[in-house]
Design a protein around this ligand. Structure first.
Ligand code: MSK
Length: 663
């Protein structure tokens, strides 16, 4: 694999080059100048007390060097990893808390800005939560569901509500190793307590708590967030949209929603089409208001409403540098503080909206679920008022945009395999059993300026689909594929191996399925549980021919996700830079070998993309052998790959539309 540029995206690279010629600094240049600290990078730096920070380095450090208190390299590395998991879990779950509070406000009639869009899903949630719903008024049901889920934050003893959604055997493993989470706040607080100076020093014991905390993220915080978001804003089904910088319009007000929580973005979406707002935009010289997304807020509104995305994490500064964004409204997480300073060199206004997330120099418009539209109107007006201030300074890449099919909720994936009355995962299980599909890989997580941004996503996806591996994607990985033009059924016809192509054509799906934002990794857990229940493969999540990969990860949230997949029985491989536990062979071994023996999941850090590919395929083939499935034989199914001309593509598109529920 050869990648010499800073970004694998041509449009991004063009803006980076232009920015450099203008002396504009972005994360790409900062990443070049600021090399990672080699001690911290490998987990060998301890700064939990002020006798240090202690740097546990030197020859044979693992055996011979300790901190002032006597903490070994393994203790320090395990403690650092647990803290990352706690932070990641806190972030996803605090987002979930906001969603649950919004659902409660709707249920109690305390906001008129949101409503229940998917009552059937609310009833399914009530059934899982053992809340009777027959004859109950929908708002009352929303109130009861919200209150029951809010218990998952504060319960002192017991188990989080959704743990029972996992296959029985998976739950038994959690019970056996004492990692069934009680509640989100309790596990996060305990993680911080255990890693405080002088408390828990046993690496294995610390890492078990990392798994327990992460399960509170995956099977409580993230899963409830996905469910509530579907209930409030609609369960996604495939929509057609566009991706990359070409989504911005020169003659319209461009307003970007960036961050993670979808509530404000949904309110903005309602407001931008209000006639008085459109008139106001026209009065300022614009033809209309163009809403676009960035990062995971983008994924939320893309998959429910077809709002176009300008890309993932590393595109945020580049978006400002197009000179076309009149305002960026940010909520929480993955917002680079640098965009505020950079925006001053253009006309863009950066608007912070959460009481938890402020940046000096930004305009702050406070948002809460009780006054959502009021805040949304203020934000849209700021963007409109700023439209006449455009200076034409920037790098326009108007031609660069790609069609995208997004919005594969687990419900829709089930539905598309059999329709409303026979919805099931049987066809997918059968295709895996027969070897048409070799296995499933979740290619998820952040894009990163330390590698050629989005390049590892592109490389791995193409290699996997050629070898009949179905890809599920979320978060900035999904944005990476959208801005590369990979999220269309045509990709299957041109690139996928014959077996996968046959399945994609039969069902009418792309070989890379966009499942949503980072919190929607929980949808993958739900799919894996449904596949286990369907039969014919493994009767637990562990042992499935499935692997999780975050090739360009950077966030602590990604580590929490990795751990909940590993604990659930999925081998996980992280790419990019070095291992955050690389200083300790003992910790590395626990995460790769001991976890696999106990849970059938693991967490590897592997910087080489080809090694990631080979390791993932090795895991998939090992699982196939374990399940006594037919050995995968390349080219056994389907016919040779045919490159399509435009007419054939159009025919295909027409044929695919009814299956995709679009058109
Ligand atoms: S936004 S956590 S950079 S996926 Fe969900 Fe993207 Fe990673 Fe943030």
């Amino acid at each position: 694999m050869k990648l010499n540029k800073k970004s694998a995206s041509e449009a991004s690279q063009k803006i980076i080059d232009w920015g450099e010629s203008e002396g504009l600094i972005t994360c790409f240049e900062r990443a070049e100048k600021m090399k990672p600290c080699p001690i911290g990078e490998t987990g060998a730096c301890c700064k939990v007390c002020h006798m240090g920070p202690c740097r546990l380095v030197g020859r044979n450090a693992e055996k011979e060097v300790t901190g002032v208190c006597g903490a070994t390299v393994s203790t320090v590395a395990a403690r650092n990893l647990l803290r990352m998991v706690a932070a990641g879990t806190a972030a996803h779950s605090d987002h979930a808390r906001s969603m649950a509070i919004t659902l409660l406000a709707v249920g109690e009639g305390k906001t008129s800005d949101f409503e229940i869009k998917d009552p059937a899903k609310l009833k399914r949630m009530a059934e899982i939560l053992d809340i009777p719903h027959e004859g109950k008024e929908i708002k009352e049901l929303a109130r009861e569901v919200a209150l029951k889920l809010l218990d998952d934050f504060s319960r002192r003893e017991g188990v989080v509500n959704y743990a029972k959604r996992a296959p029985q055997k998976t739950q038994e493993r959690w019970k056996k190793w004492g990692i069934l989470p009680r509640s989100i706040d309790r596990e996060v607080v305990e993680a911080m307590h255990r890693t405080n100076m002088g408390v828990d020093h046993d690496p294995d014991h610390l890492l078990l708590h990392a798994l327990k905390t992460s399960l509170a993220d995956g099977w409580a915080g993230s899963m409830m967030s996905t469910d509530i978001t579907d209930v409030l804003f609609g369960t996604p089904k495939p929509v057609r949209a566009e991706a990359s910088f070409g989504i911005f319009k020169e003659d319209e007000v461009n307003l970007v929603v960036h961050g993670h929580e979808p509530t404000l973005a949904e309110a903005i979406l309602d407001v931008v089409s209000e006639p008085e707002m459109v008139e106001y935009a026209k009065s300022r010289g614009a033809k209309g208001i163009n809403l676009g997304g960035m990062c995971c807020t983008a994924n939320e509104v893309l998959m429910r409403h077809g709002i176009p995305t300008s890309g993932g994490f590393t595109n945020q500064e580049l978006g400002v540098m197009t000179g076309l964004i009149d305002a960026i409204s940010v909520d929480v997480q993955c917002i680079m503080p640098a965009i505020v300073e950079l925006s001053k060199k253009f006309h863009t206004k950066v608007i912070t909206t959460s009481e938890k997330a402020m940046t000096k120099g930004a305009t702050h418009v406070p948002f809460d679920e009780h006054h959502a539209r009021e805040a949304a109107r203020k934000i849209v007006r700021i963007a409109i008022d700023n439209y006449p201030n455009r200076t034409k300074k920037g790098k326009f890449v108007q031609s660069d945009k790609w069609p995208v099919i997004a919005g594969f909720s687990h419900e829709y994936i089930e539905y598309m395999q059999g329709g409303r009355w026979r919805a099931s995962f049987r066809p997918l299980n059968d295709a895996i059993m027969a070897g048409r599909i070799r296995g499933v890989v979740g290619l998820v997580g952040c894009d990163n300026p330390r590698v050629p941004s989005t390049g590892l996503f592109r490389y791995l996806a193409m290699e996997f689909i050629k070898q009949d591996v179905l890809i599920l994607t979320t978060g900035c990985g999904a944005n990476a594929y959208g801005t590369a033009g990979y999220l269309t059924p045509e990709t299957a016809l041109e690139q996928a191996g014959p077996g996968l192509r046959e399945v994609c054509e039969a069902i009418g799906i792309p070989p890379i399925l966009h499942l949503g934002a980072c919190v929607d990794n929980s949808r993958i857990l739900t799919i894996a549980s449904a596949m286990a229940a369907e039969g014919g493969l493994s009767d637990e999540i562990g042992g499935m021919p499935a692997v999780g990969i975050a090739p360009e990860w950077m966030s602590e949230k990604a580590i929490a996700i990795a751990c909940y997949f590993a604990a659930s029985g999925v081998p996980v491989i992280f790419g990019g830079g070095g291992s955050p536990v690389g200083a300790s062979r003992e910790v590395t071994e626990i995460m790769t070998k001991t976890w696999y023996e106990r849970f059938m999941g693991s967490l590897h850090f592997e910087p080489d993309p080809e090694n990631i590919l080979n390791l993932a395929l090795e895991y998939i083939d090992k699982a196939r052998a374990y399940l006594k499935l037919k050995k995968y034989e390349p080219g056994r199914f389907g016919t040779e790959r045919v490159l399509m001309d435009m007419a054939a593509r159009r025919e295909l598109e027409k044929a695919a539309k009814p299956h995709l529920g679009i058109g």
